[in-house]
Design a protein around this ligand. Structure first.
Ligand code: NAD
Length: 296
């Protein structure tokens, strides 16, 4: 497929993703509510549209990269009627699984085709076009979107039907949130037992405690020089985004009646931590809260 792409939501992620499509030779018509975001994308070759409806009017594919489900559903209400029948809507935002399924239903009812395709890899991955996409929707839609996804990322997995991409995203991030807390607690326990960070790292990273939270994003400074702990916890993956994703996982856990006590507890702990740390601190900084609250 080589037609025009409408890209709505040109923020931290959307702007470099749209720029990757331009670099791959696509015509991209973009829109964002914030004029500065639109100007920045225009600098990268995105054609600015005065409204989202104008951007989608002659597009073959509509990509959205918005903050949350309410933004996606609100926007779909505005633009589904403005697009040509059969247009492929690809939502890359991270949103609630239930909202993603509603978005698919609304698109289908309006005569459109759709895919949920959230991403992993952050702003760095968006800028380097090395994102991983996890997609939910029909096989035909996935195959059709694949060249676009490959222009913005390095890997795309078709996870199943509508909502399956969002499901994979929140399940993965629930593992990550819980494992970061487990690794942080182990380091703080080690400190109280007189164990050095390096000794614990050398053992656990080559033993059964090995995981990404330890061996790549190590929450204490020293053992992994590139981890955010070595730059005063500048993100990386911001605490507020982890809190958001765990909140989405917690919604799905409750809706499904799933026994996931650790996932729910992680959502609770990251919600409290993110109130203070917000978007400016990496999620691995939760180790400091665990340390501060220890020995009380
Ligand atoms: P952002 O806030 O920087 O960008 C969102 C953009 O959407 C903003 O520029 C905003 O003005 C625009 N917007 C909102 N409503 C709109 C509307 N109706 N019409 C047009 N524009 C509208 O957020 P981001 O960091 O780019 O994240 C986008 C999504 O990607 C989120 O769902 C987030 O969870 C997910 N995500 C982010 C990261 C990351 O590292 N930032 C990593 C993976 C996934």
């Amino acid at each position: 497929m080589s037609g025009t792409v409408a890209f709505i939501g040109l923020g931290h992620m959307g702007s470099p993703m749209a720029a990757s499509l331009v670099k791959a030779g696509r015509r991209v018509q973009g829109h964002d509510l914030v004029p500065a975001a639109l100007d920045a994308a225009a600098g990268a070759g995105v054609e600015p549209a005065a409204s989202a409806a104008e951007a989608v009017a002659d597009a073959d594919v509509v990509v959205t990269m918005l903050p949350a489900g309410r933004h996606v559903l609100g926007l779909y209400d505005d633009i589904l009627a403005a697009a040509r029948p059969g247009t492929l809507f690809v939502d890359c935002s991270t949103i609630d699984v239930a909202d993603a399924r509603t978005a698919h239903e609304r698109a289908r009812a309006a005569g459109m085709r759709s895919l949920d395709a959230p991403v992993s890899g952050g702003v760095v991955g968006a800028e380097a076009a090395t994102l991983t996409f996890m997609a939910g929707g029909g096989e035909t839609e996935f195959t059709e979107a694949l060249p676009l996804l490959e222009a913005m990322g390095k890997k795309a997995v078709h996870c199943g039907g509508p909502g399956a991409g969002q499901a994979a995203k929140i399940c993965n991030n629930m593992i990550l949130g819980v494992s970061m807390i487990a690794v942080s607690e182990a380091f703080v326990l080690g400190e109280s037992l007189g164990l050095s960070h390096q000794a614990l790292f050398d053992v656990a990273s080559t033993a059964s405690g090995q995981c990404w939270a330890l061996s790549v994003n190590c929450p204490v400074p020293g053992p992994v020089p590139a981890s955010p702990a070595n730059r005063d916890y500048r993100p990386g993956f911001a605490a507020s985004l982890m809190a958001k994703d765990l909140g989405l996982a917690a919604n799905a856990v409750r809706a499904g009646g799933v026994q996931a006590e650790l996932g729910l507890k992680a959502a609770e702990l990251f919600a409290v931590y993110a109130e203070r740390a917000g978007a400016t601190e990496d999620f691995s900084g939760i180790v400091r809260t665990i340390r501060d609250q220890s020995g009380e």
